[in-house]
Design a protein around this ligand. Structure first.
Ligand SMILES: NC(=O)c1ccc[n+]([C@@H]2O[C@H](COP(=O)([O-])OP(=O)(O)OC[C@H]3O[C@@H](n4cnc5c(N)ncnc54)[C@H](OP(=O)(O)O)[C@@H]3O)[C@@H](O)[C@H]2O)c1
Length: 322
């Protein structure tokens, strides 16, 4: 099969389309013919990797798979021993590793049947962006109807999901985004959209019950200025500049504030599963939510898809198809 294989670290240039063996089918796993796999900032970060990532991987004894991608939609090609929920030909979505490939071995409990009203491309966007936005708003910010929520970095994959899910939770949503995405974010239902090239949100008099920081382009201290006294700041994203030290520096900053200063700030890592994917697909079927896709690239041009996500200019989701 063909796959987008990473050789070394550094940039999207290290990604090459190569022939590799089809994954072996083992107990409890499903072989999926990938039809679409979305690209996340995570794929860009791991592709750029570097020394710190290599050290962490070695310390945690993680096996480094040279094929990136964790979001998936496709058709069941074969089922392994013990698989009961799927059969040949089923259309599925969910999470797996090494999804930038024609065939993917996925755990049965990480897959869900694809609703017929969703295209493969749309279905492939739900895993990381959906889990992150939903868990950030519902579980960590604990957003309630009528609360005022600020989504900082609304234009990307997680942001476009967060705007719609915050509305679905009954919040009043203010979204901060770049000039290219203002119209898109308004069309997704945000009550108020701030173009960060024209206005500095931290100078606004409004106070928000929850701030979801996806962009990580402003300091935690400055964004906390617009937080209500009982509000919560949820760190979701990490800046693409500053390497892995920048990423972990931000997390450490949030954790120190939480422990030492006892501020209502938190950071989380989204947990995959299928319960939240069921919730999201139900919202889609009810017409409350729809994934937005900016560009689609064939697997042979997957490297460009990862590069594009790295520019920070991607509007909503970017998808690789096979
Ligand atoms: N904690 C977790 O479990 C978790 C899970 C998934 C992703 N993440 C992180 O969340 C972040 C977003 O992921 P993603 O996949 O959605 O990436 P993405 O699609 O690249 O989105 C990042 C967005 O940040 C926005 N942005 C850039 N500069 C900005 C600025 N000056 N002010 C406000 N917004 C700005 C951009 O949208 P605009 O058009 O609005 O500028 C961009 O689209 C990444 O850092 C990723 O690593 C965390």
């Amino acid at each position: 099969m063909m796959a987008l294989v990473q050789e070394g670290y550094g940039s999207a240039d290290s990604l090459h389309v190569r022939g590799v063996p089809v994954p072996a089918l083992t107990e409890g796993r499903v072989l999926v013919r990938m039809r679409a796999a979305s690209v996340n900032a995570l794929d860009w970060h791991t592709t750029h990797g570097g020394l710190l990532l290599e050290i962490i991987g070695k310390v945690m004894r993680q096996q480094d798979d040279p094929i990136r991608g964790v979001d998936l939609a496709g058709t069941v090609e074969a089922v392994g021993p013990g698989v009961t929920r799927f059969k040949l030909g089923d259309e599925v979505l969910g999470s797996a590793s090494a999804t930038f490939a024609q065939y993917v071995s996925a755990r049965e409990d990480r897959l869900l049947r694809k609703p017929p009203e969703l295209s493969f491309e749309e279905a492939a966007t739900l895993n990381v962006a959906g889990h992150t936005a939903l868990q950030g708003l519902r579980d960590h910010a604990q957003v309630k109807p009528g609360q005022r929520v600020l989504i900082h970095g609304a234009g990307g994959g997680v942001g476009t999901f967060a705007v719609q899910l915050a509305k679905a939770l009954g919040a009043h949503v203010t979204a901060v985004t770049g000039p290219l995405n203002v119209d898109l974010i308004r069309s997704l239902g945000a009550d108020d959209v701030i173009d960060y090239t024209k206005e500095d949100v931290t100078r606004r008099p409004e106070r928000y019950d929850a701030v979801l920081d996806i962009a990580a382009t402003r300091s935690v201290a400055s964004l906390r200025r617009v937080l209500a006294p009982t509000g919560i700041f949820v760190q979701v994203g990490a800046a693409k500049h500053g390497g892995w030290f920048g990423v972990f520096g931000r997390i450490i900053n949030v954790m120190l504030r939480r422990r030492l200063l006892r501020q209502r700030v938190t950071f989380f890592v989204a947990k995959p599963g299928i319960e939240d994917l069921v919730t999201i697909t139900e919202l889609i079927q009810a017409g409350t939510f729809r994934p937005a896709i900016d560009r689609t690239y064939p697997l042979t041009e997957g490297r460009e898809a990862v590069r594009y996500v790295g520019t920070g200019k991607a509007r909503a989701k970017v998808v690789i198809t096979a």
